[in-house]
Write a protein that binds this ligand. Structure first.
Ligand code: SF4
Length: 766
């Protein structure tokens, strides 16, 4: 394919037409996209009552490949019964994430029993009774409950409530594999784990530092906001070990000038070591302090707001002493960034009046992820960039409702206020023992201490580090239950020891009743739902998640307890409960009647008063981590995927056409005696992958290699950040050696999938 030199643009528009053909035509796709439902993909937030493709600043049309991919996937035809008769589980284990996703929509409950090689469809009654029966015979502490950010606030709240009334706190969500370090790091410094800005602030800023992420691929409509920053003369500084095409230049499809001529996004692009961000941030703070000491001018304000730091924070003297004691040699060695580059960024920052710091998993996927988030917050505080319009902190969060999951209580430990209100509201004693995070649940399962696992969406197996460990751990439970819209690799490799049950669920825009979601800017949206695309009925068709949980509540906890589980099948009833129990969500009770979407109060900070115990921020001091010897693997997402779901094999902006590759700098290819295009073997302490293809990739920093997630999770050890429990998916020591061509992993070709090709099955539902 021709080399891609800009993100978005005409290719994105052509891609939209291609997806429209798959969906049954442009008008069909347009109608689906414009319904009053929240975008099903990223947490930037789009749609809701303003209609699809409208962002939080009211701009329309916000057209985005990622949202089309998710929509068209939901418009697939059903997986035929013959699929499960044809393929054994052993064969499904060889399917790629792409092949699993494109097998079609799940429409019948499926059962896999020990000793059987095939899933078989079962009725809803049998599926629900099997689950209820297992739960009745299980000690609650021997069950765990994992949630993805796809589900609604209502489904998340209800299932965590069920789990706690059932008797366990082993409730967690997929943020333990992505942004938990952001939540923990931010909460420790400023008292809230959420971002401090609104979309509007991002567009008003004059300096954006984008650390460890590629929103051009993963949050495409954020690029319009960055374009606006650049157009107003602002700076965008990118820190990323890979030079990402879309962060260098992006052609915003909804803007004629940008579409025709492209927009330069990064004003400075810096490639630190993988995991070198903490050292860069400390270097920037030190440089600002030096500039202040030298009496250098900033933007008319002090370069370092020492008065503010003394008045509004704890720990400034200790942090200042640490910065003074750090040597530039150490900063440069541990960051991989020169003194001159750090000076350049520090000067751009010092000249700004409204700075936003935004980051993604390049920051959080490290053993020092939460420490780096703390440092980013401190860098902002040094110049008083929290608590003023157009400035602040924003973790760029992944799935469309992952932030909402945390807000409504999908965490091992409930916030004190939520816990107390729940007990008071229901008149019950809730369990108080320490609930396990995601890795702790799998560890307990691996030790034989878990009998039951339930996954509300997502792909726990696929997202987990040390894939063989996750597979083994789940196999030691008796039963694993999945609620999903389509197949994923977890359904083949994340199996329960006795039974695995897959329950097919409705997509957000097919729900019979309205539901709500929260964006990464803490904005609560209302989704109307819509018509199911597949037949529904008592024993067939996907069901609403809240109906499933409601039925589970009736079957396991009965109808005469503190919760009326029958009534909880209605999302309006659940929202009333949420409004009574979750502080800040009071308006959600009426949202389906008054249609008033809202920002959660107290999240965006307009004044330097922090939601900590005494209103002051806390500053922390860390040692800079050493740079490990040898090649360091970063697991990455491609242009054609979202989280563990792979929609396209190609990675357009990185000019790659397949996923079984290792991206290496050409100098490293030569240094390690490899050949571009040749097969290689990659080994880490967690596992090995063979038969991967070496792709010479000049855009990556030498010393780093990149492979696609989730396939390369085989190589990621399960060691986690001690503060946030987030695994280090982006700095894994590996060796890469030449491999025999015959060692290429056996793969089923896409045309073998199902009774027809994925495209044959598209839109059978009409
Ligand atoms: S940027 Fe995110 S929220 Fe907006 S349309 Fe794209 S996937 Fe949806």
């Amino acid at each position: 394919m021709g080399r891609v030199r800009t993100g978005g643009g005409w290719r994105a528009i052509r891609y939209t037409f291609k997806k429209a053909r798959e969906a049954g035509g442009l008008w069909t796709l347009w109608k689906a996209m414009r319904t009053k439902n929240t975008c099903k993909t990223c947490a930037l937030g789009m749609g809701g009552q303003a209609g699809g493709m409208v962002n939080e600043a009211g701009h329309f049309p916000e057209v985005c490949k990622k949202s089309f991919q998710a929509m068209v996937a939901d418009m697939q035809g059903a997986v035929p019964d013959s699929f499960f008769e044809t393929y054994t589980v052993a064969q499904l284990q060889k399917f790629t994430p792409y092949q699993m996703e494109h097998a079609g929509r799940l429409v019948k409950p499926l059962l896999l029993e020990k000793g059987s090689q095939h899933y078989r469809p079962i009725g809803w009654s049998e599926a629900m009774e099997r689950i209820a029966d297992k739960l009745r015979r299980t000690q609650p502490q021997e069950s765990f409950w994992y949630f993805s950010g796809r589900s609604s606030n209502e489904a998340g709240f209800l299932l965590q409530l069920f789990a706690r009334l059932y008797g366990t706190n082993h409730v967690n969500n997929c943020s333990y594999y992505c942004h938990q370090a952001s939540g923990v790091g931010l909460a420790s410094v400023i008292g809230t784990g959420a971002g401090t800005i609104k979309l509007d602030d991002l567009e008003k800023s004059d300096f954006v530092m984008l650390i460890g992420g590629n929103p051009a691929s993963n949050h495409p409509r954020m690029m319009r906001s960055l374009m606006m920053v650049r157009r107003r003369g602002g700076k965008v500084v990118v820190l990323n070990p890979i030079v990402e095409t879309g962060l260098v230049n992006f052609s915003v499809p909804s803007d004629a000038v940008s579409l025709l001529f492209g927009t330069q996004i990064a004003s400075s692009y810096v490639q630190p070591h993988a995991g070198g961000d903490l050292a860069v941030i400390y270097g920037l703070m030190k440089r600002l302090r030096e500039m202040q000491a030298a009496g250098e001018a900033g933007n008319g304000e002090p370069v370092v707001h020492e008065d503010f730091l003394r008045e509004h924070t704890h720990g400034w003297p200790e942090l200042a002493a640490r910065l003074d004691a750090l040597s530039w040699d150490e900063i440069v060695a541990k960051s991989g960034v020169s003194h001159e580059q750090i000076d350049d960024i520090a000067r751009q920052y010092a000249a700004s009046k409204r700075a936003v710091f935004a980051w993604t998993m390049g920051v959080t996927h490290h053993l020092h992820g939460a420490a780096t988030v703390q440092a980013i917050a401190e860098l902002a505080l040094l110049r008083r960039m929290i608590g003023r319009p157009g400035a602040g902190l924003q973790p760029i969060r992944g799935h469309s409702n992952i932030q909402g999951m945390g807000t409504v209580g999908v965490t091992p430990k409930l916030k004190d206020a939520v816990f107390e209100r729940l007990q008071h509201d229901l008149g019950v004693q809730l369990p108080t023992f320490k609930g396990f995070d995601t890795l702790e649940c799998l560890d307990a399962a691996d030790e034989g201490k878990m009998r039951f696992a339930c996954c509300l969406g997502g792909n726990l197996y696929g997202a987990s580090p040390a894939a063989s460990f996750a597979e083994r751990a789940l196999a030691k439970t008796d039963m694993v239950v999945y609620l999903n819209t389509s197949l994923n690799t977890g359904h083949a490799s994340g199996l329960g020891g006795e039974q695995t049950i897959i329950l097919p669920v409705l997509a957000r825009d097919e729900e019979p009743e309205p539901s709500t979601q929260e964006s990464m800017f803490s904005f609560i949206r209302l989704s109307d739902g819509g018509k199911p695309r597949h037949q529904t009925g008592p024993e067939a068709g996907p069901r609403s998640e809240v109906e499933i949980v409601s039925e589970l509540g009736c079957r396991v906890l009965g109808t005469s307890g503190p919760v009326n589980w029958l009534e909880m099948a209605h999302t309006s009833t659940i929202r009333k409960a949420i409004s009574r129990i979750v502080p800040g969500l009071e308006p959600i009770a009426a949202i389906d009647r008054d249609k008033k979407e809202f920002s959660i109060p107290g999240r965006a900070l307009d004044t330097p008063k922090f939601p900590t115990a005494d209103g002051k921020a806390n500053l922390f001091v860390h040692d800079l981590p050493d740079i490990p010897e040898g090649l360091q693997l970063m697991t990455i997402r491609s242009e054609g995927q979202f989280n563990t779901v792979v929609y396209e094999e190609e990675d357009l902006y990185r000019n790659q056409t397949r996923r079984d590759i290792v991206l290496m700098h050409p100098d490293d290819v030569a240094r390690y005696g490899l050949a571009a295009g040749g097969r290689c073997r990659i080994v880490s302490t967690a596992g090995e992958m063979r038969g991967q293809i070496v792709s010479a990739f000049p855009e990556i920093r030498p010393g780093c290699v990149a492979m696609y997630y989730p396939e390369s999770n085989v190589l990621v050890p399960k060691a986690a950040d001690p503060l946030s429990r987030t695994p280090a998916y982006k700095r894994v020591a590996v060796t890469v050696t030449a491999d025999e061509p015959a060692a290429a992993a056996a793969r089923l070709e896409p045309e073998l999938v199902g009774a027809g090709t994925p495209r044959d099955k598209m839109n059978q539902c009409g």
